[in-house]
Ligand binder design. Structure first.
Ligand code: BT5
Length: 326
């Protein structure tokens, strides 16, 4: 109901009377007052004048359903958004909600993460209001071994959303999006599974949108960037968030309906920063210098080492350029 009241206020640039809201949404005047106050707590400025009603004066830059809905074209991804001002990690929260039975397509979004997570126990810097920190809950009926395909879908969805706003990025297999040689987005896919069945899968997506370059901690300043740092101005987080979800649903449906991730792989191939180059592969067994040849239709990286071709699945692999991050 809160979102519907917000929508009504947004559609009218003028005062809307409590009676009109009450009539069109079938809600009591006291309830309207309660929702208006909730919106004010979220940062909306709403004028209220006796006998005139309510008028929306200012809309905050937050990634709630009410703010994203106008750009959202999905059937089920992001139709429910659980929004937090601050949370430890959206992936942790999404896993909890999934374990409690949350529906496929539920999305957890936070303005700030205090314990944002990368792969292998690493951290993810997530300052307040400056990025997109979100996790999508999925329940695909696929073999657990195929779970990493969802990371490729996520990468393709983010790349396409950035491309739509004129940002020319690269995909760095398996889980990064790169802008001008630095990491602008990372993806963390986690799952709960049995031997041959996935209970749920959570794909966490972190995009640095409006972080100023001097705001990154020193340790990552030379490998991390944001869209703002590269294009020189603030960028609309709401539209990009919705676009990522729109693309994600389209590409994910292909996996669910046809068992294929062809569209995503075409994008990850076309936009790959690795293919044709010498790279370093880092696993817990050590480092190897190899050549990146291709990405297979299943989402594996095809590499060549001393004339021998090998397929890598994303799992626990990190990839670096020979001289640095890429
Ligand atoms: C990743 O791990 O790239 C996965 C990042 C996933 C973040 C999202 S945000 C929403 C959801 N909730 C979470 O808690 N996580 C997900 P990995 O490939 O392991 O890269 C991690 C490394 O990237 C760190 O060790 C740093 O070197 C670097 N890093 C940390 N924060 C960064 C940032 N904001 N931008 C760029 N690089 C960063």
């Amino acid at each position: 109901m809160k979102d519907e009241i917000l929508k009504l206020l947004k559609e009218n640039n003028e005062f809307v009377s409590g009676q009109d809201i009450s009539d069109s949404l079938n809600v009591s005047r006291t309830a309207i007052w309660k929702y208006i106050n909730q919106l004010r707590e979220e940062g909306y400025l709403i004028d209220s004048v006796t006998r005139k009603g309510y008028k929306l004066i200012y809309t905050p830059d937050i990634l709630t359903y009410g703010e994203i809905a106008e750009y959202l074209e999905t059937d089920y991804i992001g139709k429910k958004i659980v929004h937090f001002n601050s949370i430890d990690s959206t992936n942790i929260k999404a896993k909890k909600l999934a374990a409690e039975g949350a529906k496929e397509g539920t999305v957890v979004i936070a303005e700030e993460q205090t314990m944002g997570r990368g792969r292998l126990g690493r951290g993810w810097v997530s300052p307040k209001g400056k990025g997109i920190w979100m996790s999508i809950i999925l329940r695909p009926n696929i073999d657990p071994i195929d779970a990493s395909k969802v990371t490729q879908i996520g990468a393709a969805a983010v790349w396409s959303a950035l491309s739509k706003v004129g940002v020319d990025a690269y995909v760095k297999w398996p889980n990064d999006i790169v802008l001008n040689g630095k990491k602008v987005c990372g993806i963390l896919t986690e799952m709960s599974a049995e031997l041959n069945r996935i209970n749920y899968l959570v794909i966490g997506i972190g995009v640095n949108v409006n972080i100023n370059s001097q705001e990154f901690p020193n340790e990552i300043n030379n490998i991390a960037t944001s869209i703002k740092a590269e294009v020189g101005h603030d960028v609309d987080r709401k539209f990009i968030t919705a676009e990522i979800l729109n693309n994600f649903e389209r590409f994910y449906n292909e996996l669910i309906k046809y068992g294929s991730i062809k569209t995503s792989i075409e994008i990850c191939r076309k936009a790959s920063i690795l293919l044709g180059r010498e790279i370093k592969i880092i696993t817990n067994q050590g480092e190897r210098k190899v050549k990146a040849i291709d990405i297979t239709d299943q989402g594996e990286l095809l590499i060549e080492e001393n004339g021998k071709i090998e397929k890598l699945i994303s799992g626990e692999i990190s990839v670096r350029g020979i001289y640095g991050y890429v």
